[in-house]
Design a protein around this ligand. Structure first.
Ligand SMILES: C[S@@+](CC[C@H](N)C(=O)[O-])C[C@H]1O[C@@H](n2cnc3c(N)ncnc32)[C@H](O)[C@@H]1O
Length: 289
């Protein structure tokens, strides 16, 4: 189980720092991961895991993925693993639901090679390692200064993944995971140019929900796959800054033509009570089961 915040710091936060930050318009909260809050009675744990497994099974089927393992058993394994995660984060990276989805998806996809773009503190690298103990993982992020987990066997780089020569990889045995706040159309086009067809995207949100999302990359997969339904620009504001996804974006159209199947997983909030996840599985033309 993850340690609780130190008592002295917690007192300091509640009595002095918290009220000070409050007056300045900020929330000062401990970086306790959401999974540190959990049911402890067996019936409630079983209910949560049953609901999560049912939701994940439906999403895998809709993604055309065929698990060789029992999904309920995978969810239970993850339930016992996640309290041992070496990363403490409440914001800026995956929580319980996103980590569970990534764990199960990677387990089912069973890649020999994983390209991870958008590493941050390293939680998702740790999750991928738990799911695929033998995989070669390539981690890309321009800022690796916040790493709390560094995988001994992964290769780290601050270069954008698209600048690297990947000719040594077997594309059919590779999965690319993008959680990098870069245009998802750009990532689709780059991936197909390198022969990759199995992709996972975090932060895929439809146009009408992107305003609630921090650091929005666009177009998202949802915008790309709904191009015909949105012949007009998509506009929103966030923290006073205006954003626009233009209509007739040539890169978005190019990406749309490359996508054979895109399935956004259910956000799992209903099943687990944890913060909504936003994982989407994308299969590009040219791949095979
Ligand atoms: C949401 S965080 C990743 C969180 C992490 N996957 C997790 O769930 O724990 C997004 C990361 O993308 C990184 N990023 C920004 N531009 C990038 C790029 N061009 N390539 C890769 N990563 C990038 C940021 O530095 C940041 O660390």
């Amino acid at each position: 189980m993850q340690p609780r915040p130190p008592v002295v710091l917690e007192r300091l936060r509640r009595r002095f720092l918290g009220p000070l930050f409050d007056r300045l318009g900020y929330d000062l909260v401990p970086a306790s991961p959401d999974w540190t809050h959990r049911p402890t009675s067996p019936r409630e744990v079983a209910h949560l895991l049953d609901a999560a497994a049912a939701s994940l099974s439906a999403d895998l089927a809709a993604s055309g993925l065929h698990p060789r393992e029992d999904i309920r058993a995978l969810a239970e394994t993850f339930w016992h693993l996640i309290p041992t995660a070496p990363v403490r984060q409440r914001r800026g990276g995956s929580g319980f639901n996103g980590a569970l989805q990534l764990y199960v998806a990677m387990r089912v996809l069973n890649p020999a090679f994983v390209i991870e773009s958008g590493v941050f503190r390293g939680l998702t690298t740790w999750v991928i390692r738990q799911a695929c103990p033998g995989a070669r993982i390539y981690c890309h992020d321009p800022d690796l200064s916040g790493l709390q987990y560094r995988d001994d066997r992964a290769r780290y780089s601050t270069a954008d993944w698209s600048t690297v020569d990947w000719s040594m990889l077997n594309p059919a045995a590779t999965v690319a995971f993008f959680d990098d706040h870069v245009s998802q159309a750009r990532r689709v086009v780059e991936a197909r140019a390198r022969g990759l067809t199995r992709l996972l995207f975090d932060d895929d949100v439809p146009a009408h929900r992107i305003h609630s999302h921090g650091g929005p990359a666009h177009p998202t997969i949802a915008m790309i796959t709904a191009l015909d339904a949105a012949p007009e620009p998509i506009r929103w504001t966030r923290n006073g800054r205006p954003f626009e996804q233009p209509a007739g974006d040539a890169l978005a159209q190019q990406a749309a033509d490359l996508i054979a199947r895109a399935h956004p997983f259910d956000d799992l909030h209903h099943a687990t009570g944890y913060s909504p996840a936003r994982l989407t599985y994308v299969e590009l033309h040219g791949g095979g089961p």
